[in-house]
Design a protein around this ligand. Structure first.
Ligand SMILES: Nc1ncnc2c1ncn2[C@@H]1O[C@H](COP(=O)(O)OP(=O)(O)O)[C@@H](O)[C@H]1O
Ligand SMILES: [Mg+2]
Length: 359
């Protein structure tokens, strides 16, 4: 499955573009500020309903315009599926699939699974637990049809619980909510743990290729003591939760601990090495997704070669060439991505928001 055609209207500095894409490698070349990341942003929005750079659509819409539209034709075996998204300055989002409006963003996410790698993606390793939790949840969303519904229920219950904590004098005021929260949280954690266990083989294989000099451990943390049941823990935690007016322990605090030599990997690896560790996570997730669903992810690589020395870049290129996925990589010039280009590849040169096919 790959994007066969992409139409962009009023996204950042791209007023209008119609790109015919390669099902494998697509190189985006241009100077700083030409619009490379904007193209990746447009593809990401088509799969996620929002930008990876700014939460507000108004900042992504071309100056002076009222809305942006991204449209894609997805090649699925012999079938071509039309997907589209329109976002307005007022904040409305319209999802169109096969010419019919009113679809959900989650449906786009199902149809166009994306693995994003930007310079900011290192937050997955050195940022707050929520980034790693989102990484796990991406996989659970694609493996468990009920995951999103359960997660949304848990989120709502936690919000209501936190609101109640402001006035609750005794734990009994929360008990009813917790009776609903506990089984859903356990279900969620079970899916997450199962997903991480399945991912581990793929992770080990990719990390061995990319960082052969290290050995890593990767442990899922569910967000509360693994030895304790959640219900009595919530009751015991009540005074602390009330003081914080926030539920301190639970599935919203889930994390993935990645360590080497007993230390968190984020604290002891160099930036270039961390980047490879990160690529390993994304590649492993894509491989696991493929094993489970038989489908492929689309990879978006922004500023592809940044901060990698020649040897490490070659290791990464070797891994990227092994996967049979659609890939978009941005770089300043052709030489930086020369090793990724093959006969099926396409190159686009971008200048002030205008995109030309140069291959
Ligand atoms: N809403 C907007 N409308 C028009 N242009 C924008 C908007 N937001 C950002 N830009 C401009 O878009 C240009 C392209 O940005 P970007 O895609 O990040 O470039 P690149 O990745 O090629 O360095 C920047 O020069 C920026 O000033
Ligand atoms: Mg950029």
């Amino acid at each position: 499955m790959a994007l066969n055609r992409l139409l962009i209207t009023h996204c950042r500095n791209i007023a209008s573009a119609d790109l015919s894409l390669s099902p494998r490698f697509n190189g985006l070349l241009g100077a700083n500020g030409s619009g490379k990341t904007s193209i990746l942003e447009a593809i990401y929005m088509l799969g996620h309903g929002r930008s990876f750079r700014q939460p507000l659509a108004a900042q992504v819409i071309h100056y002076g315009e009222s809305a942006l539209v991204i449209h894609g034709a997805l090649q699925q075996a012999t079938k071509l599926r039309q997907i589209g998204i329109r976002k307005t300055r007022q904040g409305t989002t319209q999802v169109r699939i096969e010419g019919v409006d009113g679809h959900k963003i989650a449906e786009l996410a199902q149809l166009l699974p994306i693995q994003l790698l930007t310079p900011e993606s290192l937050l997955l390793l050195n940022g707050a637990p929520k980034f790693r939790c989102a990484f796990i949840d991406w996989g659970c969303f694609h493996q468990q049809p009920a995951f999103l519904t359960v997660w949304n229920q848990v989120r709502r219950l936690l919000q209501q619980r936190n609101a109640l904590l402001k006035d609750a004098r005794h734990y009994s005021a929360l008990q009813g909510w917790d009776q609903a929260l506990v089984p859903l949280s356990e279900q969620l954690s079970h899916w997450r743990a199962e997903y991480c266990a399945g991912l581990l083989n793929h992770l080990t294989a990719t990390w061995t290729q990319l960082l052969p000099e290290y050995q890593f451990t990767c442990n899922f943390q569910r967000g509360w003591d693994p030895q304790r049941d959640y219900q009595p823990l919530l009751a015991q935690q009540f005074p602390r939760d009330r003081a914080a007016t926030y539920t301190l322990l639970g599935p919203h605090r889930a994390d993935l601990h990645i360590r080497t030599n007993g230390q968190p990997a984020a604290t002891c690896l160099s930036r270039g090495e961390l980047k490879l560790l990160l690529y390993g996570l994304r590649l492993a997730q894509g491989a696991f997704f493929n094993q489970h669903t038989g489908r492929d992810c689309t990879y978006l690589l922004d500023d592809f070669p940044a901060e990698l020395d020649h040897r490490r870049r070659q290791l990464l290129i070797h891994c990227l060439k092994q996967i049979d996925c659609q890939l978009f990589a941005s770089a300043l010039d052709q030489q930086q991505i020369a090793d990724l280009i093959d006969e099926k590849g396409k190159l686009f040169s971008i200048e002030h928001g205008t995109i030309n096919t140069s291959d």
